[in-house]
Design a binder for this molecule. Structure first.
Ligand code: B4P
Length: 209
């Protein structure tokens, strides 16, 4: 029986055969912790494929679809969108790129524990987790600065507060879970982009890709 009938995500146990050899680094951190910024640098240096869950969701919103309109409302509230939506978008995006790269930076995902366990069960286990550790004050000031020009529905003071709460309540358990498996590399990320990348580079270079 075909267990991959939902657009590639297995509906029973077992993994998607197309992605079973993919190598994956989860990139986590609070809103504005520098995930996207550092991923761009990793891509430049190591040629990995960067997939940001936030970007995939914003693309869906921009497409004008009915699903996109619902996603926009959830994002504007600073809440997490449905796990099925984000996992499906991620799986489809990985399949488009698997022939070009075997190393994926999965940015902004998992944001809640079940996102991680489902991804690993249905797609592939992660190699490790890069966690950008930044204070709420720094994240807030970075996002308010970005909000001056980004036009994003979530880069405003009220939504940023909610996004930080969501991060502490829902994403911190992800970090605890993978720390117990010794898979987390915690990067202090208050400093300059260049100094932070020096630490990122050490970690990425320490693996065989
Ligand atoms: P994201 O798009 O992931 O938004 P983000 O947390 O702000 O991260 P981003 O990568 O954009 O910013 P970065 O830290 O690099 O998510 C947006 C929303 O989508 C979520 O709230 C949620 O609703 C939804 N969503 C996303 N993923 C989901 C999932 N898996 N499940 C459910 N819902 C999901 O950079 C921020 C700013 O800081 C930039 O302006 C940058 O220039 C600046 N900056 C970075 N590093 C700096 C440094 N070292 N010094 C100074 N400034 C720096």
């Amino acid at each position: 029986m075909d267990t991959y009938s939902h657009g590639g995500i297995p509906n029973k146990s077992g993994r998607d055969p197309v992605l079973k050899d993919a190598k994956v680094l989860f990139i986590v951190g609070g809103p504005g912790s520098g995930k996207g910024t550092q991923c761009a640098k990793i891509v430049e240096k190591f040629g990995f494929c960067h997939l940001s869950s936030g970007d995939l969701l914003r693309e869906e919103v921009a497409s004008g679809s009915e699903r996109g309109a619902k996603l926009k409302d959830v994002m504007a509230r600073g809440e997490l969108v449905s796990m099925d939506d984000v996992l499906q978008l991620m799986c489809d995006a990985m399949k488009k790129k698997i022939s070009e790269t075997k190393c994926f930076l999965i940015d902004g995902y998992p944001r809640e524990l079940e996102q991680g366990t489902r991804f690993e069960k249905e797609i592939v286990p992660c190699v490790g987790v890069l966690y950008f550790d930044v204070s709420d004050e720094t994240m807030t000031s970075r996002l308010l600065k970005r909000g001056e020009t980004s036009g994003r529905v979530d880069d405003n003071e009220e939504t940023i507060k909610k996004r930080l709460q969501t991060f502490h309540n829902q994403t911190k358990p992800v970090i605890d879970y993978y720390s117990q498996q010794d898979k987390v590399c915690k990067i202090p990320a208050e400093g300059s982009e260049k100094d932070i990348f020096a630490e990122v580079e050490k970690y990425v270079s320490s693996h065989k890709w």
